[in-house]
Design a protein around this ligand. Structure first.
Ligand code: ADP
Ligand code: MG
Length: 366
């Protein structure tokens, strides 16, 4: 899309949102009579998902905002992500949820409000909804307040919060309310969160600031060093999804990559293979594996024996790296499984809490 740079930012922003809404289509078209009275929100570093009770996931957009020099927000979500790396001068793409915490309150608040409004305004009969938002387990009181403020200004009647690892564990169907310990590892965009859960509580919880996005950065560096080719993060992400792996593959792959040659300054195409990409992402992948080992060492012995028996569950988009489960099995000797739809585990879990307040209500905070 093209973005005009003018002085009248308010008018631009207005036009931008109208376009964005028109193009988003899927959400607007599904205008419905059924009021969205109970919502679950996964406010991730990479993606925000909203689940409506009785309907399922109705919104799934990148947690990105496009912002001009004066701090005005020009776009949020998909539109803003498309601008990443190709923004006109003076407009930057901001990820308000960087590193698993709220890095920019002002924008995070606007973003959450924007997404909630999209869902609420989609219905003819508007009601003030009850909302559960999943938040990082180490969230501070100041960050909680930012979540409360944005929910309130979006017209939320009652707000609850749940820690992400708990929501992920419920989403994948682990028996969180029993004394049996369950280990869940959520590899998101900015962070990897490892938690052991028992009796509806988080028994131990470790988090590192390495997630799927760091693999993208490693690929950018690799292309620069090995081929003198400059690529943007969206291209690096496509390479990761297309070729990335944590173990040798039965069928190794190849891919053509377009970028800018650092020497000539001109566009160039390079063919790369999955072995090279595996080496490129080796370092951040080992960070994740080492964090899992450390977490296992910290796990109380009784729960560790549960984990030995029942294994580890992987969730989050980062767990889709080919062979990561195998690699973790080799290095820990424990059974490892990836959720069937790891990008939605957290929001599905939050949705389950909505469906069964009696069983899961105790995991919520306000
Ligand atoms: P968050 O909870 O932080 O928003 P997500 O669980 O949505 O994060 O995961 C986003 C991360 O998953 C990104 O780094 C993205 O590149 C990565 N990802 C998504 N799909 C795949 C895939 N098929 N293979 C590897 N990584 C993926
Ligand atoms: Mg997440």
């Amino acid at each position: 899309m093209t973005v005009a740079i003018g002085t009248n930012t308010a008018a631009m922003a207005e036009a931008f949102f109208t376009n964005a809404l028109a193009r988003r289509g899927q959400l607007a078209k599904r205008k419905t009579w059924r009021p969205a009275s109970e919502l679950a929100v996964d406010l991730g570093t990479a993606n925000t998902l909203i689940f409506v009770k009785g309907e399922g996931v109705v919104l799934n957009e990148p947690s990105v905002a496009a912002v001009d020099q004066n701090g005005n927000i020009l776009g949020i979500g998909l539109e803003a992500k498309r601008m990443l790396g190709r923004t006109p001068e003076g407009i930057i793409a901001v990820r308000p949820m960087k590193d698993g915490v709220i890095a920019d309150f002002h924008i995070a608040e606007k973003m959450l409000r924007h997404f909630l409004r999209l869902v609420i305004d989609r219905t003819f009969l508007r009601v003030k909804p009850t909302v559960i938002v999943c938040v990082p387990s180490g969230i501070t009181e100041v960050e909680r307040r930012a979540v409360r403020d944005s929910a309130q200004s979006a017209g939320v009647k009652k707000l609850y919060m749940v820690a992400e690892p708990m929501a992920a564990a419920i989403g994948v169907g682990l028996p969180v309310d029993t004394p049996v310990g369950s280990m869940v590892i959520d590899i998101g965009g900015g962070t990897t969160n490892i938690a052991v859960i028992a009796l509806s509580g988080i028994v131990c919880d470790a988090s590192i600031r390495t997630g799927g996005d760091e693999l993208d950065q490693a690929i950018v560096q690799f292309m620069r060093k090995t081929y003198s080719l400059l690529i943007g993060e969206p291209t690096a992400e496509r390479i990761k999804i297309g070729l990335g792996s944590a173990t040798m593959l039965e069928r190794e792959g190849e891919m053509d990559v377009k970028g800018r040659d650092l020497v000539s300054g001109l566009p160039k195409t390079i063919r790369i293979d999955s072995g090279g990409v595996r080496d490129a992402i080796q370092e951040p992948v080992s960070h994740i594996i080492n964090a899992v080992r450390r977490a296992l060492e910290m796990t109380p012995p009784e729960l560790a024996s549960d984990v030995l028996e029942h294994g580890i569950m992987l969730t989050g988009g980062g767990s889709l790296i080919r062979g990561l489960d195998q690699r973790l099995m080799d290095e820990t000797g424990l059974p490892v499984r990836v959720d069937e739809d790891p990008l939605t585990s957290v929001v599905r879990g939050t949705g389950r809490i909505l469906d069964d307040f009696a069983r899961y209500g105790s995991v919520l905070t306000t």
